[in-house]
Design a binder for this molecule. Sequence first.
Ligand SMILES: C[S@@+](CC[C@H](N)C(=O)[O-])C[C@H]1O[C@@H](n2cnc3c(N)ncnc32)[C@H](O)[C@@H]1O
Length: 245
Amino acid sequence: MSALYESDKLLAEYLLFHFGTPDEILPPDRAWPAAMRDALGFPQRTVARFSPGTVARGLDLGCAVGRSTFEMARTCEHVTGLDFSHAFIRAAEALRQGDTLTYDRLEEATLRTRLSARRPEGIDAARLRLVQGDAMHLPGEFGAFDRVHAANLLCRLPEPQRLLIRLPELVKPGGELVLATPCTWLTEFTPLENWPSAGTFEWLKASLEADFSLIRQTEEPFLIRETARKFQWSSSLVTVWRRTD
Ligand SMILES: C[S@@+](CC[C@H](N)C(=O)[O-])C[C@H]1O[C@@H](n2cnc3c(N)ncnc32)[C@H](O)[C@@H]1O
């Protein structure tokens, strides 16, 4: 599995991506294209794709530094965030406990700006559990959830089919599943033989339609800032599914 997500560089980029204010990500001294502003707040937007209302149990797979898990805790009485990266889970857990995390936003070369991340307002830390783990090899006794969220995870897994096969067991009958993926399949993460052969959406439908009905399909842009002048602007295919009885 890639060690990329254990690095200080990615930790800082994800703390900014998940917890940076709009002005920290797009400083107001420059005129930014509207599409960049529209791509802010990705973790909040994918979580908002669940139906309104409060539920008992939520699961956020590939939660990184935890913003989407925190957002799920607003409407889930208990939510587990799981990520393979020890560094990301350590950061998410520190934020859950109320710590302020300082990190450096890279401007260019060796120029950096010190910023800090905190748990967002209005989140009950007691509702959250953050664990290091492998979404392809979840423990047998993990149980079933009312809501399962996995954003930008599938195309980072060596064997994404392992997760898809487990999903019917993870989502309670009538429960909801939000899958987001920018479909950026790379051999660095997933061997070619495990890529979808006929398009990611068709592959998801074929894998899930026996146990889930598709409620919605949409696109959500997201923006990851690398330096003051280099950003990743991507569009994630978001599908929302309901587990059939
Ligand atoms: C592209 S990031 C997306 C993170 C976050 N969901 C978001 O949308 O910002 C992919 C995440 O998946 C995690 N990941 C990769 N392989 C994993 C695995 N086998 N099990 C759980 N998490 C994994 C990485 O550590 C990283 O945090």
